[in-house]
Write a protein that binds this ligand. Structure first.
Ligand code: GCB
Length: 606
C-alpha cells in the first residue's frame, strides 16, 4: 500500500500508530517537513465549529474516544459523545472561548466530520497551521500523526485513508507545561491551548512541487539562487518563471527529485521597507503549478552596521505577541494581522520582532507587503533544559519548521535562536547546534539571539557583557530593563556601553509597566503610571546615544498582553502592562516618545 507519511518533526517522541508502515522513519533532515506555500495550493479549509470534549484526567485515549462509537445493542453504552456537547471555534484558542477554560492546561479532544472526494491521480494531505502545544491526529478511528510544538505547521498524507463522502477527524490536543517542552515550565505569556491556526485538506497532483527556495544571492544583487524539490524521487523538468523579469528557467531534478540553479536577472527592483516590491513567481512541474509573490533583497553586516541592500539601516523595531488583547485570545486571521501590523506601522517601525515564537503566516505575509522586516524566533525562552538531547532535537525541529515555512519571505531578516539564556557548555552546544541546523537550510538571513546579562561594571564604569557565544552570531541583541528591573547606576547621560563592540548590537527589549490612564510620580516605579513609563523611555533613549555599536532598538512591547506571571491585583490582574498601547487599544504617553524618536531617526536618513 502506498502510504507516504510526510511527517511532523517531533513525531518520534510519541508512540506511533500501528499500521502506518512508513511512519516510524525519522524525518529526512534534508527534506522539507511539509509542502511550502500551502496557501498557493488547492485546498479546502476545515475551519469552523468543531465538537470538543474536555479531558482533564486524560481518560479519552483509554476510552478510544477517537473511534466515536455509539451504542447499537441493548447493553452497550459509551461514556462520551462528540455530539451535543461543547463546540469550539477552529482556528482559535480554547481559553478565550468559555470562562471554564480560561486557565485550562490539559487535554481537549476536537472532532468533526468532513466530506472528501478522493480522485485518481490526486494526493490528499491534512495540514495544520499550528496546534498548541502537542497533539495526535486520528482519521476514521485510527491515529495517523502526532506533533509537538505549538507554533509551526505539520501535515500528514491521507490519500489512502480518506473515504469518499463522510470522514471523521479527531485531534487530541494537550497544552500542559513540562520541563522538556519548548517553552518549558514558566513563560511570560498566556499558555493558550487549541487548534490555533487554519486546518486544511490539501489536494495535490501525484508528483507535486513540494518545496522551493528562491532568493537573491547574498553577494550579487542581480543573481537569483533557486532550488526546487519534487515530492517524489524522480528526475524531471521543472520551470521557474518570473514574468515581470522575463525569467523562464528550466531545471532538471536529479534522481532524488531536487534541482537548483543560479541565474542572472536584469533590472531587478529589490525589496526594502521603503519599496516592498514583490514579483509573481511560478514554479511548474509536469503535473503541478504553484504560484506566489516573492521579493528579493540582501541583508548583511558590515562591522557594527546592518545593511539592507547594501545600505546601513537602523532597525526601528517593536515586538508583539500573537494575541488580540481586546479579544483576550490568540491572533489567527488576516484581520488580526492587519490590526497588529498597522498599529506597529503607526509607531514608525521598519521592523517587528515577532515575540517569542513563529507567528501565523498571515502576519508574516502581510508584514512583507507592508515593508516590515521581521525577526522571527523559536520559543527558547529562559528555563530550557539544555542538557536534554530530546529538548535539543525538538528545538532543531522547531527551527527547521519555522525556516522551511518562511524562507521564501524576504521580509524575514533575522532568525532568532534564543531569548535570555545563561552561558554554560551545555547551552553553548545546544545553541551551536541550532545555528548549524538553521544555516544548513538558509544562509540568507542574519542569525541573532537576545541576552539579558549586560551589567554595569563598577570599575570600568561601562555596561559590559561577557558571553563568548555572541561571537557566533551575526547580530547581538540585549534585553535591558533600565529603570524597571534595574535601577540606574549612573545618570542616563553617562550610561556608556561597551558590549560586543565590533558587532551590531540591537537593544531587543526595554520598557516598564504603566496602567493606561494612571497618572503618578514620574520617579516612582510603583506608581505604575504613564508618567513613570514616559520618563523611563526618555531616560533609555538618552542612554542609547552612548551605545556606539547600536544598530536598532525594539521596545517591549506594543500592546499590554496577558500573562499569569503578573499578579498585582489592581495594576496587572494577569496582564503584563509594558505595552505602549493598552489592552483596549489606547496609546500611552510613552508611545508618543517612541514615535517621535523613530520619526527623528527616519528623517536623519539612518
Ligand atoms: C523579558 C522577556 C519577555 C518578558 C519581559 C518582561 O526579558 O524576554 O518575554 O515579557 O522581559 O516584561 O519582563
Amino acid at each position: 500500500m502506498k502510504y507516504r507519511f510526510l511527517f511532523a518533526a517531533f513525531a518520534f517522541f510519541l508512540p506511533l500508530v500501528a499500521g502506518a508502515e512508513d511512519a516510524a522513519s525519522c524525518p529526512d533532515a534534508g527534506r522539507a517537513p511539509f509542502m511550502t506555500n500551502v496557501y498557493g495550493r488547492d485546498y479546502t479549509l476545515l475551519n469552523g465549529k468543531w465538537n470538543a470534549i474536555v479531558d482533564l484526567y486524560d481518560q479519552g485515549r483509554k476510552m478510544k474516544v477517537y473511534e466515536n462509537r455509539t451504542a447499537k445493542s441493548g447493553e452497550e453504552f459509551y461514556e462520551y459523545s462528540f455530539e451535543g456537547g461543547l463546540r469550539l471555534n477552529v482556528p482559535g484558542d480554547w481559553n478565550s472561548q468559555t470562562p471554564e477554560l480560561k486557565y485550562y492546561e490539559g487535554t481537549v479532544w476536537y472532532a468533526r466530520h468532513f466530506n472528501a472526494a478522493p480522485a485518481d491521480g490526486r494526493r490528499q494531505f491534512l495540514y495544520f497551521g499550528a496546534v498548541s502545544y502537542r497533539c495526535r491526529v486520528y482519521l476514521n478511528g485510527e491515529q495517523i500523526a502526532a506533533h509537538e510544538g505549538g507554533f509551526t505547521p505539520f501535515q500528514v498524507e491521507v490519500t489512502d485513508r480518506l473515504k469518499t463522502g463522510d470522514n471523521f477527524v479527531v485531534v487530541e490536543v494537550n497544552n500542559r507545561r513540562t520541563v522538556d517542552a519548548i517553552p518549558a515550565l514558566a513563560f511570560d505569556w498566556w499558555n493558550y491551548g487549541g487548534i490555533t491556526r487554519d486546518v486544511m485538506l490539501v489536494s495535490t497532483p501525484e508528483t507535486f512541487v513540494e518545496d522551493y527556495f528562491i532568493r537573491l544571492d547574498n553577494n550579487s544583487p542581480d543573481v537569483i539562487n533557486a532550488s526546487v524539490t519534487l515530492s517524489d524521487a524522480v528526475s524531471a523538468a521543472v520551470r521557474i518563471e518570473i514574468p515581470e523579469l522575463k525569467v523562464s528557467q528550466e531545471l532538471m531534478t536529479d534522481a532524488s527529485g531536487r534541482a537548483s540553479a543560479s541565474f542572472k536577472v536584469k533590472r531587478l527592483q529589490r525589496w526594502s521597507p521603503d519599496t516592498p516590491k514583490l514579483y509573481d513567481v511560478l514554479v511548474t512541474s509536469a503535473q503541478d503549478t504553484v504560484r506566489e509573490q516573492i521579493g528579493f533583497r540582501n541583508i548583511s553586516v558590515d562591522g557594527t552596521q546592518i545593511l539592507v541592500n547594501g545600505r546601513p539601516t537602523f532597525m526601528r523595531s517593536i515586538s508583539f505577541h500573537e494575541e488580540i488583547p481586546q479579544r483576550r485570545g490568540r491572533a489567527f486571521s488576516q484581520a488580526d494581522a492587519v490590526m497588529l501590523l498597522s498599529e506597529a506601522q503607526a509607531l514608525g517601525v521598519n521592523m517587528v520582532r515577532l515575540a517569542h515564537y513563529p507567528q501565523n503566516e498571515y502576519t508574516v505575509r502581510l508584514a512583507e507587503k507592508m515593508g516590515i522586516i521581521l525577526w522571527q524566533e523559536i520559543p527558547i525562552w529562559q528555563g530550557i533544559d539544555f542538557e536534554d538531547d530530546g529538548t535539543r532535537a525538538k528545538a532543531q525541529g522547531m527551527l527547521r519548521e519555522m525556516i522551511y515555512r518562511d524562507r521564501n519571505r524576504c521580509a524575514v531578516g533575522f532568525w532568532g535562536v534564543a531569548n535570555e539564556t545563561k552561558p554554560s557548555d551545555a547551552r553553548n552546544a545546544f545553541l551551536t547546534s541550532l545555528l548549524e541546523t538553521g544555516k544548513a537550510i538558509d544562509t540568507s538571513r542574519l542569525y541573532v539571539a537576545a541576552f539579558d546579562l549586560a551589567y554595569f561594571d563598577e570599575e570600568s564604569r561601562h555596561f559590559e557583557m561577557h558571553d563568548d557565544f555572541t561571537k557566533k552570531l551575526d547580530v547581538v541583541a540585549v534585553n535591558k530593563y533600565m529603570g524597571w528591573y534595574h535601577p540606574w547606576p549612573v545618570d542616563p547621560t553617562e550610561a556608556v556601553w561597551d558590549v560586543a563592540q565590533d558587532q551590531p548590537l540591537i537593544i531587543s527589549e526595554f520598557g516598564g509597566e504603566a496602567l493606561y490612564g494612571q497618572s503618578g510620580d514620574r520617579r516612582m516605579a510603583s506608581s505604575w503610571s504613564e508618567d513613570y513609563q514616559e520618563q523611563l523611555y526618555l531616560d533609555n533613549l538618552e542612554m542609547f546615544r552612548h551605545i556606539p555599536n547600536l544598530a536598532g532598538v525594539s521596545p517591549w512591547v506594543l500592546f499590554d498582553f496577558r500573562s499569569p506571571y503578573r499578579f498585582h491585583p489592581t495594576n496587572q490582574e494577569d496582564w503584563n502592562r509594558k505595552g505602549l498601547v493598552s489592552d483596549q487599544g489606547y496609546r500611552k504617553k510613552a508611545w508618543y516618545i517612541m514615535h517621535d524618536y523613530y520619526q527623528s531617526i527616519k528623517s536623519s536618513g539612518r
